[in-house]
Design a protein around this ligand. Structure first.
Ligand code: FES
Length: 102
């Protein structure tokens, strides 16, 4: 499956994902996010903006994810922590943006 990633510089990269990986793990393999805490909801370095057409197709964030998102920079209504989104075949083509840092 593919994840369509819009980089901060405007370029788009198709990142290969696998069933059972988190979105963060796929993005980290491509050096697009850091994922410092390995998905333990302790860093927010895996923050992404989900494209609006995909936002409602994901399971909503739970309270722990929302608490950690509060410390992320550049929050938007479709902000998510990519370590909390597990890849399935239904997410083939998922489109997201990497927030500009700072
Ligand atoms: S990898 Fe740390 S919160 Fe997602």
């Amino acid at each position: 499956m593919k994840i369509m990633v819009h980089r901060p510089d405007g370029s788009i990269e198709a990142v290969r994902g696998e069933d059972g990986l988190s979105v963060m793990e796929a993005l980290r393999k491509a050096a697009l996010v850091e994922g410092e805490c390995e998905g333990a909801l302790a860093c927010a370095s895996c923050h992404v903006w989900i494209e609006p057409e995909w936002a409602d197709r994901l399971p909503p964030p739970d309270g722990a994810e929302e608490d950690m998102l509060d410390v992320a920079f550049n929050l938007k209504p479709t902000s998510r922590l990519s370590c909390q989104i597990m890849l399935t075949d239904q997410l083939d083509g998922l489109a997201l943006r990497i927030p500009a840092s700072g």
